[in-house]
Write a protein that binds this ligand. Sequence first.
Ligand code: NAD
Ligand code: TYD
Length: 339
Amino acid sequence: MNILITGGAGFIGSNFIFYELEHHPEDRLICLDKLTYAGNLSTLKDVLDRPNFRFVKEDICDREAVYRLFEEEHPDIVVHFAAESHVDRSIENPGVFLETNIMGTAVLMDAGRKYGVRRFHQVSTDEVYGDLPLDRPDLLFTEETPLHTSSPYSSSKAAADLLAMAYHRTYGLPVTISRCSNNYGPYQFPEKLIPLMIANCLADKPLPVYGQGLNVRDWLYVEDHCKAIDLIIRNGRAGEVYNIGGHNEMANIDIVKLILRELGKSEDLITYVTDRKGHDMRYAIDPSKIHAELGWLPETMFADGIKKTIRWYLDNKEWWETIISGDYKDYYRKMYENR
Ligand code: NAD
Ligand code: TYD
């Protein structure tokens, strides 16, 4: 099978490529990535020369380039990760989120219709459901929870999800959608909570906690997410949404303290800063559908996953130090100075 993976030079996409190469060596993988600030070709360096792997640097919004690639490769399956993915950036500059996350998805689905695909998988997020209150731990997001977004990021993802379902109903495009909770693990860009805190901790820099740090996220080790997507594209039903999450809710402040403890640093590094605008309070996924239909269960306990992740950032300093020495410096100054 030919599998087109968009956004494969980013965090989850690259982990998915490694997962597929290991578990399905019979398939051919084509990675389409624009290499934005969040995409890093060095992440894929060990697989670039594999005979069943091809990397193509193009923009998913470039219709001509996307059609050309479909003409050449005739993918059986598209797994669509490419997106602008950082909420804080979407608050600063929503335009590129609408362009990439909505229009780019439409271009890919048009190509999927024109050339015929067996499956178009839209990788989405639990953030499309909005947030849940802290004092109702009984409430979880199910696939039936109405879309109710808070940020330009989540709104652009929800728009793409709606469009995907419309392409399924109107044109019969065999779409599936997965909505996953927060991922953590190797190769996550250091602007996101866990790698940012690890990097700052190692440099003895302040750890900027938004508001009071009480916001709750449902953390999943990235490989568990990859396994779930693999099951959906092979055994999931077209036209269906699958929620993915590990029942691992944690408050931000507890994660930050855990990282400090693991690295043997003082809690004095914690700095409470102005809260994110429109900050979602709590995300929590009910994954019973994917468990019942596809037998998926998370395999990595948070206590192990976070240790593995910290170890990875310690062993791969060059990867993230190169990133934070470039344009990231300006980003960091703009986002965190005077906050
Ligand atoms: P990421 O920001 O690490 O990577 C995004 C990748 O997409 C990068 O390689 C980037 O170069 C590429 N890209 C961006 N714009 C592009 C364009 N116009 N054309 C081609 N490539 C482009 O993101 P991630 O954290 O790996 O997230 C991947 C997907 O998973 C996203 O769709 C995101 O919404 C979704 N998701 C992420 C999480 C999470 O916790 N990170 C959770 C649930 C869902
Ligand atoms: P993030 O990793 O950006 O993921 P998302 O907003 O998509 O859930 O942030 C996770 C949580 O951590 C979120 O509640 C915001 C908070 N946060 C901080 O407190 N400080 C930071 O510097 C960052 C990046 C995030």
